[in-house]
Design a protein around this ligand. Structure first.
Ligand code: BES
Ligand code: MN
Ligand code: ZN
Length: 507
């Protein structure tokens, strides 16, 4: 998608397939305050009169298409609701954007012009408005078509070819900067979606490792990538990750990506760990067919982690970020690890395998210990860890668990600000004991409440390092469209991580 910001005194001159113009609730038929050009257009083009006739109110989610009959160079105008002016914020604006870009997509518009709104009217700055517009356009312009022969292979950009933002002269520069960054964020969300939508036989641990290396090469020297294969992992002693990998013909890889901003190591540091099980059959505790069907997406946490570090580097944020992915399959081959096995994890603790389908926490245990050895000062992990989170939050939020209230709050707040909701679930001490067993230091399945005992398992490895675990099994993929997300993989978490990195960098 090509992006451009330009200032023009009259929207009549805007050349595009469609021109999007927002209206506050109840203001559609009056002068339409805000940016002068859009206000004039509403009256000049007759759209204000049509709105009155059609009963268009300007509520969020409302759209109305107007054929301009040659009065503007864009043959169609999509008028969309911004909700009540006094309640307007960047959050309500983002919600409004979902409706307008879905409408433009449904109309098969390729060249979308957007009459930007006055940032002050949503209590935001020009950069934030530009970022919201481009990130939502980019996220909504996503389609899974990897294997459709008529598309001639995968083409990530299918609908919008150009996005032109029409702004008042004073905001051109800042809004243009927001537009560019917002589109980079959308590209990264879409990369995460692509990776988790990829079939299990394509997106293997090796594929993830190769992609990480490619991202490193293309980072202009800002991301350093290290990949540890079976031999190196054996030497290191990553017994939990290696045990999960035993039943698979695919080699496991621990992928370590380190972003250092140009100009040297900054004070702030963040480590992201992403569950990267590229296919979870359940192992010998085999999943039933229904439960296994989507388990090629069990590396969604890793996909988000890799995409997030990529875009954090592109934005040049002033923070050091490490991404760690312990990539493996969980299969049933003749050498598969068995229920009852005792594993020696990288940190030295022993784990009795209660259930081979509780493999995620084993891979993460070694990944977290590895991250700590590299000097992690705060860790966020993202994992499609337990089906049980859905009982708490359905498919509209993830569950957050942490060992440090201040850091957990910071993560949840960053998520909230991006529309990526998290339920902060308490970790009462009693649940810790549920993972105890006579045979070893821990067992890998502590029973109900399954999401909390899984979190406690990880916490034993995080120790005192500030750590937040996001169980994203509820939101990493859905079987319906929701908000800016398509059906299938969502890329949930990328925007939270970018925002968190931004906030930590500016402290
Ligand atoms: N990858 C699954 C969790 C999952 C389920 C993710 C549904 C997305 C959608 C995980 O490895 C798993 O199998 N968890 C088990 C744990 C149990 C065996 C203790 C579960 O949730 O049932
Ligand atoms: Mn499993
Ligand atoms: Zn799993």
């Amino acid at each position: 998608m090509k992006l451009k910001t330009f200032a023009t005194p009259s929207l009549a001159a805007v050349v595009a397939d469609v021109l999007a113009v927002g209206c506050f609730e109840g203001e559609a038929v009056n002068e339409g305050k805000g940016y002068a050009a859009s206000a004039n257009l509403l009256t000049e083009s007759g759209i204000a009169r049509q709105a009155a006739v059609d009963g268009f109110k300007g509520a969020i989610g409302e759209t109305m298409v107007h054929f301009t009959d040659g009065k503007t160079a864009a043959p169609r105008i999509i008028m969309f609701g911004l909700g009540p002016r006094d309640k307007a914020s960047i959050e309500t604006f983002r919600k409004a954007l979902i409706a307008v870009f879905k409408k433009a997509r449904a109309m098969k518009a390729q060249h979308v012009a957007f009459a930007a709104i006055d940032p002050a009217s949503i209590k935001a700055d020009a950069y934030a408005v530009g970022e919201a517009i481009a990130s939502y356009a980019g996220m909504i312009d996503y389609e899974i078509n990897h294997s459709k022969t008529e598309k001639g292979g995968y083409k990530p950009e299918t609908h919008f070819k150009k996005l032109h933002l029409v702004v008042d002269a004073g905001s051109v520069k800042e809004m243009g900067r927001g537009l560019k960054d917002g589109f980079a964020i959308a590209r990264s969300v879409n990369l995460a979606r692509d990776l988790s939508n990829e079939p299990g036989s394509d997106c293997t641990p090796r594929r993830m490792a190769k992609l990480a290396e490619k991202i490193g090469k293309e980072s202009g020297g800002t991301i350093e990538v290290k990949v540890l294969g079976r031999k190196a992992l054996t030497k290191l002693g990553a017994g939990a990750l290696l045990a999960v990998a035993k039943g698979s013909d695919q080699e496991p890889f621990l992928i370590d990506m380190l972003y250092t901003p140009k100009g040297g190591k900054p004070e702030a540091e963040l480590t992201i760990v992403g569950k990267s099980v590229t296919f979870d059959s359940g192992g010998l505790d085999l999943k039933p067919a229904d439960g296994m069907r989507r388990m090629y997406r069990d590396m969604s946490g890793g996909a988000v982690t890799m995409s997030a570090i990529k875009v954090i580097a592109e934005l040049g944020l002033n923070i050091q970020v490490r991404a760690v992915m312990a990539a493996t399959e969980n299969m049933t081959g003749g050498s598969a690890y068995k229920p009852g096995d005792v594993l020696h994890t990288l940190n030295g603790m022993t784990v009795e395998v209660d259930n081979t389908d509780a493999e995620g926490r084993l891979t993460l245990a070694d990944a977290i210990e590895y991250a700590k050895r590299q000097g992690a000062t705060r860790i966020v992990d993202l994992a499609t860890l337990t089906g049980a989170v859905r009982m708490m939050v359905g498919d509209i939020a993830s569950c957050a668990f942490g060992n440090n209230d201040e850091f957990t709050r910071a993560v949840v707040d960053a998520g909230d600000s991006q529309g990526e909701r998290m339920l902060n679930v308490p970790m009462w001490d009693e649940y810790n004991t549920f993972n105890n067993t006579e045979m070893a230091d821990l067992k890998n399945s502590g029973g109900a409440p399954g999401s909390t005992t899984a979190a406690w398992f990880l916490r034993r490895f995080a120790g005192d390092t500030p750590w937040v675990h996001l169980d994203i099994a509820s939101v990493a993929f859905r079987d319906r469209e929701f908000g800016p997300d398509p059906k299938g993989a969502t890329g949930y978490g990328v925007r939270t991580l970018v925002e968190l990195a931004r906030r930590l960098a500016s402290k």
